[in-house]
Design a protein around this ligand. Structure first.
Ligand code: PMP
Length: 288
């Protein structure tokens, strides 16, 4: 596996980072995950825009132009996709505030950021999972108030996901203030009620998902009724269907919540509409 670190491509075994890196010490950095289909990054412009938003959020200068990012990502994809294998990948892109003496305040003058990129094979959910759906639990969203920043400091998300795993579930659905839905520990969540898709607004309390946007665009283009607004806890618990989205999971039906069936406990009509639309969209984008 070839990775990219601070200007050079190398085998992952050779990569070295200082113990004083602010990513290691403080979790002072941001990241992106970009799916690659047939060796082409999906929604690259949108991912790079979100990266810029995250960097702005932590006051870190973007080390590369869009053109430079594109070149680095292309080379990483090619180096990891030899012999016609590994055409679908997911790229992990990670930038920290660099290496400096341990002090909370930013290094002054600034030091070079650490830029790390990794490629892994992308495996999308198997057919069995699409048929059975996944089980989730609801948990209190106890994260900070800048969940729109894709920060590498993921301890709250790690603990929330672990709570789900310990309950035998795939994901935790996060409820803020015991009142309304924000997102999943590592995904966005949609509620379906009476044939309508309900989506929480992209504010400071959730990550603006790239897949979330694709789903809403597909709904708009295909006459599927939807509403973007606060979604209450009661609406989550009383949903006809619940859907999970993320770059690596695409769109998944949630068929069990807190040990009870969601709707009739089977993937519903909205999932049956949206999943093929997403697959077609993906293929069409990649053919262009
Ligand atoms: N929310 C959180 C907290 C996430 O970590 C992710 C991505 N894993 C998402 C939402 C989904 O975002 P995307 O569709 O861009 O993968």
């Amino acid at each position: 596996m070839t990775i990219y670190l601070n200007g050079a491509f190398m085998p992952i075994e050779e990569a070295r980072i200082s113990v004083l890196d602010r990513g290691f010490i403080f979790g002072d950095g941001v990241y992106e995950v970009i799916p690659v289909y047939s060796r082409r990054p999906f929604r690259l412009a949108e991912h790079l825009q979100r990266l810029q938003h995250s960097l702005d959020g932590i006051k870190l200068k973007n080390p590369h132009s869009e053109r430079e990012w594109t070149a680095i990502l292309s080379e990483l994809i090619e180096r990891n996709a030899q012999d016609g294998r590994n055409q679908d990948q997911y790229l992990y892109l990670h930038i920290t505030r660099g290496v400096a003496k341990r002090d909370h305040a930013f290094p002054n003058p600034p030091v070079p950021p650490t830029v790390f990129l990794l490629s892994n094979p992308l495996t999308t959910p198997p057919a069995e999972l699409l048929q059975s759906g996944i089980a989730c639990i609801t948990v209190a969203d106890n994260r900070w108030l800048r969940c729109d920043i894709k920060a590498i400091a993921l301890l709250p998300n790690v603990l929330l996901r672990q709570a789900a795993v310990e309950a035998g579930c795939a994901e935790a659905i996060l409820i803020r203030d015991d009142a309304f839905l924000t997102e999943g520990a590592a995904s966005n969540i949609f509620v379906v009620k009476n044939g309508k898709l309900l989506a929480p607004p992209k504010d400071n309390l959730m990550l603006p998902g790239i897949t979330y946007d694709v789903i809403l665009e597909l709904a708009a283009a295909n006459g599927i009724p939807y509403e973007v607004r606060r979604v209450t806890k009661a609406e989550v618990l009383g949903a006809d269907e619940l859907l999970l989205t993320s770059s690596t999971k695409e769109v998944l039906p949630i068929t069990q919540l807190d040990g009870k069936p969601v709707g009739n406990g089977k993937p519903g009509a909205m999932f049956a509409k949206l999943h093929p639309l997403y697959q077609t969209f993906k293929r069409e984008v990649m053919r262009k």
